[in-house]
Design a protein around this ligand. Structure first.
Ligand code: ADP
Length: 371
């Protein structure tokens, strides 16, 4: 492996993807286009010179092609370079297509998405955690995509005023938020089974804009999100809340007036702490019906031998679920690919469709659906 360096750096790309090859070398690819045309593709890598030059030649051949031609070329040439690079180029083009479709969707006429009446049977599920960093946003997104994959109509919204997760985790840059006759039109993601998303992040100038709304303004914002977005005829609305028991989950729960449900996320390190129990009590006090508990980062699956190592003590989630008489929906191990998927902005269960962790998500969603 050489030094990590820019081979041909591209400024302000429309999309970027990154992955580590089996030999440990890293590739990050960038694409810039105008509508259907691929204008520029470039990359940085720390792979050996010969590998890097082969990748460069291939990427050069994509320049000036339409996204369809580019995707066809990838299929045609699959196997001529290493698989990691081909998967990455494939992903890069898919990402760009999603972006194009997304941009298109924000401009389509309201007739396509405004279905007027909100469906009576819609279930709104708040994903809650006692503290940050336990994987609550990751779980929210992967549950939403898994439900959509199963054929349900799904909406996903973040109400984290201070750190909206959806734009980053789905790699959706700033989009125009439009208001139709029946409300704010959510973004439709055709590549993610038509899932609809809305995020406060879409309304910020820059993704790192500090948002300092407090109290009533914050409540108003959440009210607008939950009531004014024209979700149409959806089966599930998954709400990614900030951690803890602050203003946002409180306003969300109040808005739902006893009709909301909660999925709680914890990790083996956190189960012994009182803040998990606090969010259970919080949900109970706000009349949120608790669907169950998900224990995330429960053990580590070795990418080489596939054995599970319990880094922290195991069985904590089960114990906690038992103590509070709530179901344990599932235990998700630490999988380095979850971080990879998060970095490239493609949900894990979509990117790594056939994997034990995707099966666990599928199980969890069956339990949610049959509750
Ligand atoms: P939260 O919303 O609770 O703050 P995030 O969903 O942002 O947490 O996750 C925190 C970090 O942990 C992210 O980098 C995410 O990719 C990573 N992560 C979450 N769950 C897992 C897991 N099961 N295995 C590996 N990494 C994970």
């Amino acid at each position: 492996m050489g030094t990590y360096r820019a081979y041909r750096m591209l400024k302000d790309p429309d999309v970027r993807v990154k992955a580590t090859d089996t030999d440990g070398s890293v590739y990050e690819l960038f694409l810039k286009g105008s509508h259907e045309r691929i204008d520029e593709v470039s990359f940085i890598s720390d792979a050996d010179d010969a590998d890097v030059q082969a990748v460069d030649t291939f990427l050069d051949s994509l320049k000036g092609k339409t996204v369809r031609e580019g995707a066809a070329l990838v299929k045609e040439q699959w196997g001529t370079l290493n698989d990691t690079v081909f998967s990455l180029v494939d992903e890069l083009i898919t990402r760009y297509r999603v972006k194009l479709d997304g941009a298109h969707e924000t401009r389509i006429t309201n007739d396509d998405v405004n279905t007027g009446e909100k469906k009576e049977g819609r279930r709104t599920i708040l994903v809650l955690s006692g503290k940050g960093g336990v994987g609550k946003s990751t779980v929210s997104i992967n549950i939403a995509v898994t439900l959509a994959k199963k054929g349900y109509k799904v909406g996903l919204v973040d109400v984290d005023i201070h750190g909206p997760s959806i734009p980053v985790m789905l790699n959706i840059p700033k989009v125009d938020v439009l208001k139709g006759e029946s409300g704010i039109i959510p973004l439709v993601l055709p590549d993610l089974y038509g899932m609809k998303v809305m995020s406060l992040g879409f309304m910020l100038e820059k993704s790192d804009d500090p948002v300092i709304w407090r109290g009533p303004l914050k409540n108003q914002m959440i009210e607008q999100f939950l009531n004014d977005v024209d979700w149409g005829d959806i089966d599930y609305l998954i709400v990614d809340n900030p951690p803890g028991t602050g203003d946002e989950p409180l306003s969300t729960a109040q808005q739902l007036a006893g009709k909301g449900e909660a999925v709680l996320v914890t990790t083996p390190q956190a189960v012994s702490t009182s803040d998990v129990s606090r969010s259970i009590n919080f949900a109970k006090n706000l009349n949120l019906s608790i669907v169950g508990l998900i224990e995330n980062m429960s053990g580590f699956v070795c990418p080489h031998c596939h054995a599970t190592t319990h880094i922290f003590r195991s069985g904590g989630g089960e114990k906690l679920a038992d103590t509070y008489s709530i179901p344990l929906l599932g235990s998700i191990p630490i999988d380095p690919n979850i971080g990879v998927a998060g970095d490239i902005g493609i949900p894990y269960v979509h990117r790594f469709d056939a994997s034990p962790v995707s099966d666990i998500y599928s199980d969890i969603c069956d339990k949610i659906a049959h509750k």
